[in-house]
Design a protein around this ligand. Sequence first.
Ligand code: DAH
Length: 342
Amino acid sequence: MLESIEKIRKEAEEFLASAGGTAEQFRLTYLSKKGILNGLFEDFKKVDPAQKRAVGQQLNVLKNALEEIHASLQKETSSDTGKLPSEDLTLPVVPDSQGSLHPLSIVRRRIVEIFSRMGFNAEDGPEIEYDWYNFSALNFAENHPAREMQDTFFVEKADATRDDLLLRTHTSNVQIRLMDRKKPPVRSIMAGRVYRNEAISARAHCQFHQVEGLYVDKNVSFRDLKDTLLHFSKEMFGKDTQIRLRPSYFPFTEPSAEIDVTCFICGGSGCNICKHSGWVEIAGSGMVDPNVLANCGIDPEEYTGFAFGMGIERITMLKYGINDLRLFFENDQRFLKQFVGI
Ligand code: DAH
């Protein structure tokens, strides 16, 4: 009898290890009324009285072991109930919905790529900036209105050791950082986020993105500026695109010009997007002011340069007919999904 008790205990342990059976199967086999354990207790009645004590002890040990195995089988099945009932790991993978680049990234990459092919290398600069790089070195007069609180987010006021710290209001700060570091020839394209203290609406936001371009070398002329931006416009908006330069003012360029392109929606015949003028504005530009070059230790007698800056949101809105700036920052899937595969 002792031998069969031992054999049953082993079998029961194998049942647990094989993980093939359920707690209920185990109960029916070993612990139910007609199960193996009860059968043993029946046999126990016929055991020789001299052996009863030893066999009885082993029988109890077996009973406890079987109950423990049953409990652990039950636990296993109950923790399984959270899982899918039948996971077939051989099924082919269902493709997850395809992500896409943000429309601003699509346009930024395209702009940078076009200028890279013209020999401009991509550069980067800080979004938290000193007044000097964002304003003073760019020839903003001390009392220029753009420095006032309504336009600029200040981070920390100046103290005896340093300048005002602020969130850059344009990417032009990278021009200065670049020319401080590198002497001409400099030909770079700089994309990034900028901040202005504006009320958020369909047409304005407190954060947006710009791309800045800078080319400084000997004999860089206004004609180079025009040709570069014409080539860019044809690449970006189509080969029939024309550009128009309107006189403008920026503290850091002289002369300065606003760049318009022929409306790529109506081809110049007039529509809602171009407000029936046939032209849309895409950038500010100009010849780098000699004061700016001098502020960076570059001799304006020896070198000249041109610069331009454009808003990525604006170009994206024009290109895709988007009418509300806020859409770019809301991450609404219904908006973003339209750019899959572009
Ligand atoms: N920084 C100007 C702005 O935020 C844009 C700009 C205009 C950049 C002319 C330039 C430039 O480099 O030459 O409105």
